[in-house]
Write a protein that binds this ligand. Structure first.
Ligand code: SF4
Length: 72
């Protein structure tokens, strides 16, 4: 899988993961550079557009991603 198309602009790194370099590195390895389709933020971005991607959403929280997508 290619690197996530949102990596350079993803709001989670200035939001939820700001000042958390170890967690940010883990997310990049687990999601951004391997399986972004499984990332909750990616799900929102691909469904609603990059401008709707929440910076406070945990990449593992697919349940909340579905709620955000349902609300549009
Ligand atoms: S956290 Fe998710 S949406 Fe953001 S760059 Fe990584 S894979 Fe893409």
């Amino acid at each position: 899988m290619e690197t996530c198309e949102f990596l350079n602009t993803c709001p989670v790194f200035s939001g939820l993961l700001a000042n958390k370099p170890q967690e940010a590195a883990a997310v990049k390895e687990k999601f951004c550079q391997s399986s972004c389709l499984h990332c909750a933020i990616y799900m929102v971005g691909s469904a609603l557009g990059a401008s709707k991607m929440p910076g406070d959403l945990d990449p593992t929280d697919k349940g909340r991603a579905y709620e955000i997508i349902a609300q549009g």
